[in-house]
Design a binder for this molecule. Structure first.
Ligand code: MSP
Length: 641
């Protein structure tokens, strides 16, 4: 059991934006981490919210003939309703227009001003309205475009207030270098350190009201409001009581994780730490920047209209399947690609075929062969099969904890999928239907119990990712919906014999894709050029053993124009192979080449000649070219993939 506090945050989303799968991803990730930490027994606090000040809201309010506050109150519900729909269990939702936030921001500003951390100066800069950020000329692309969004910036000269960020540069570099966990993944830490190689300038933290009135007024100058990022970052402490409830703040701060997307790295790893330092507040433990969801290989954007609405996916395929997909498909830190094809492939393979199938066969078997009651296992009837499955399932439990604490969620989920596949294999190996026929009751009871106990543990392990569906599995094997503490998952045999199973129907009905649909949407996703049913998962591919082979001898097959008989060397082993390349290559042209073969293909007789393997060649109309190894000499028998 853990007892460390766990405090996790998401970025606060611009209230005016329409939520897309990128927003849903970070929030689901925070939710899954929180749920796991709660299961581990860690006191947990999960904060999300909305960023409500700034130019975009002001503009939208004018366009909609509302006050900016009314505009925020209208659009904030998009996020609040989405989180409800996606079963997000945040402990608080902070809005930057709430008094609890604004009052504390004002106190902080006054304090920094009083202590000389903030000063007034004339400023000339290039402002990007969509990003709400100033850039100096040297940062611009082509001398005028925003380095982040590549849209034109406006040159502005005005008096403003500045935070003395520059003076913290060497402290920040030291802090980052001496706390390797502070910015994660490692390559993002290097990115920030790279940014800090240039002199760090002071940060403009005000906007004159004549240009932007929708913000927190500076307590020491009524003509200005606070820069939206300076206001927004402070949510991470006002949301847990800073300046209002000292005990609450002391309980949760420092944050365990600020989860962010890679595009807001600088604001979080340069602005925020220096602000905290000036306020005299401890640094968060880890700022974790995840990658982006791409559509095919394109960035999601309003202008191309390719943003995926999370509600649409969740409504079409189910909330739990959507949560599972996002968590398993993105390897934390890297970009990932979203398309309906990729979604359906993973859904059908992991959820419908592996997990759904396991539940249905176990429940059906118990209903048919054990009167619907989970039987007691018999000690003397245990075999190696039970031992092996038990070990695989428990190793998934033990590997999940480091996967969570080490932010390797996708790998943890892969282990659980392995356990599910192992349980399906176990059903085939032990064949309980045969045991029933043979009236081998002891073995039958042991097998049915072992399979049901695996399901108990697997459903507990997957509960933080798919809470609704995992409760259904528990119900199906006669368990109450609660009581899934992780320590019970670490102990095999907690499932009480005698529980009544119920058939809950298909947990994840297979998604059938017509060829038409598949090719239509494949076109829209551009990068996925194959129909959904043709897509394979890595496990399928890894069954094919490709190897390099050297051609030793070649000759024509008598009476067959198209065939060459090749003698090849595969890592010191000689093999014979028959290939349909005689119309394109003379025997002497292939001798000495290093080709690629499928090494584990079942041997076959072609024109009465044994062929062990198949060579790879590319064919386009009437041309055929052998696939060979690039460059000079290369050993034969090397694996290809
Ligand atoms: N309001 C600021 C954050 C202030 S935090 C103190 C903001 N808001 S945002 O709504 O524009 O973006 C919120 C998050 O969504 C960012 O972490 C951003 O990286 C993330 N995403 C935006 N597009 C994304 C993808 N395509 N994929 C994954 N996440 C992406 O920035």
């Amino acid at each position: 059991m853990g007892q460390d506090t766990f405090y996790v945050t998401t970025p606060i989303y611009y209230v005016n934006d329409k939520p897309h799968i990128g927003h849903a991803y970070t929030t689901i990730l925070a939710d899954v981490l929180s749920r796991y930490h709660r299961l581990l027994g860690d006191p947990t606090f999960f904060l999300t919210g909305t960023d409500e000040h700034g130019q975009k809201v002001q503009k939208a309010a004018v366009a909609n003939k509302m006050t900016p506050q009314e505009q925020c109150d209208t659009t904030v519900t998009r996020f609040q309703e989405l989180w409800k729909k996606l079963e997000i269990t945040h402990d608080d939702f902070i809005r930057t227009t709430e008094d609890r936030h604004k009052n504390v921001v004002r106190t902080i500003l006054q304090d920094l001003y009083d202590r000389g951390e903030v000063y007034k100066a004339e400023y000339s800069g290039h402002y990007c309205t969509p990003c709400e950020r100033f850039f100096s000329k040297k940062d611009l692309v082509d001398e005028k475009l925003c380095p982040d969004c590549k849209r034109p910036t406006d040159e502005i000269i005005e008096s403003n207030y500045f935070f003395k960020m520059g003076k913290y540069q060497s402290w920040l570099i030291d802090h980052i270098q001496s706390h390797p966990e502070f910015i994660q993944p490692d390559f993002r830490r290097n990115e920030t350190l790279g940014f800090l190689r240039k002199p760090l300038e002071d940060l403009c933290i005000s906007r004159p009201k004549k240009r932007l009135a929708w913000g927190i007024e500076l307590p020491f100058d009524k003509e200005y409001v606070c820069y939206v990022w300076f206001d927004a970052l402070i949510n991470y402490i006002t949301g847990i009581g800073y300046g209002q409830d000292a005990a609450k703040f002391a309980k949760w701060w420092p944050a365990s994780y600020h989860l962010i997307g890679k595009d807001i790295l600088t604001t979080h790893t340069v602005y925020w730490p220096t602000m905290l330092k000036a306020m005299g507040i401890e640094q968060p433990k880890t700022i974790y920047a995840h990658g982006w969801w791409l559509i095919g290989s394109d960035k999601m954007s309003k202008s191309t209209g390719n943003a995926v609405n999370p509600i649409d996916v969740a409504e079409k395929y189910g909330v739990d399947a959507f949560r599972y997909f996002l968590m398993s498909e993105m390897s934390l830190g890297n970009d990932a690609s979203f398309s309906e094809e990729i979604f359906i492939t993973r859904y059908n393979s992991n959820l419908a075929n592996d997990l759904g199938n396991l539940l249905s066969r176990v429940v059906k078997m118990i209903a048919k062969e054990a009167g619907g009651i989970i039987p007691a296992p018999v000690e003397s009837a245990q075999t190696e099969y039970e031992k092996e499955l038990r070990e695989t399932v428990l190793s998934a439990v033990f590997e999940m904890e480091p996967a969570i604490t080490g932010m390797k969620l996708d790998r943890g989920l892969e282990q659980i999928m392995n356990a599910i596949r192992a349980a399906n294999r176990y059903m085939e190996q032990t064949a309980p239907w045969k045991l029933a026929k043979e009236k081998n009751t002891d073995r039958l009871s042991t097998v049915l119990y072992t399979a049901a106990e695996s399901l108990r543990i697997i459903s507990g392990l997957l509960y933080p990712v798919m809470p609704g569906k995992m409760c259904e599995i528990r119900k199906a094997i006669g368990l109450p919906e609660t009581g899934m503490e992780i320590f019970e998952l670490k102990t095999w045999g907690k499932l009480s014999p005698g529980l009544k199973v119920s058939d809950i129907g298909s947990l994840f009905p297979r998604i059938e894709v017509s060829k038409d649909d598949a090719s239509k949407s494949a076109k829209s996703a551009e990068t996925v050029a194959v129909a959904a049913e043709d897509i394979i998962v890595i496990d399928d591919f890894s069954r094919i053993k490709l190897k390099t082979a050297k051609v030793l001898e070649a000759e024509k097959v008598e009476g067959a124009d198209k065939l060459l008989r090749l003698q090849i060397d595969v890592g010191g082993q000689k093999r014979q192979l028959v290939a349909g390349i005689a119309l394109f290559y003379k025997p002497e042209e292939v001798v000495g080449r290093t080709i690629i073969i499928v090494a584990n293909l079942k041997p076959a007789k072609i024109r009465g000649i044994e062929s062990c393997g198949m060579l790879l060649a590319a064919k386009d109309g009437k041309t055929l070219k052998l696939i060979t190894v690039d460059g000079g000499e290369f050993p034969s028998g090397a694996s290809v993939g």
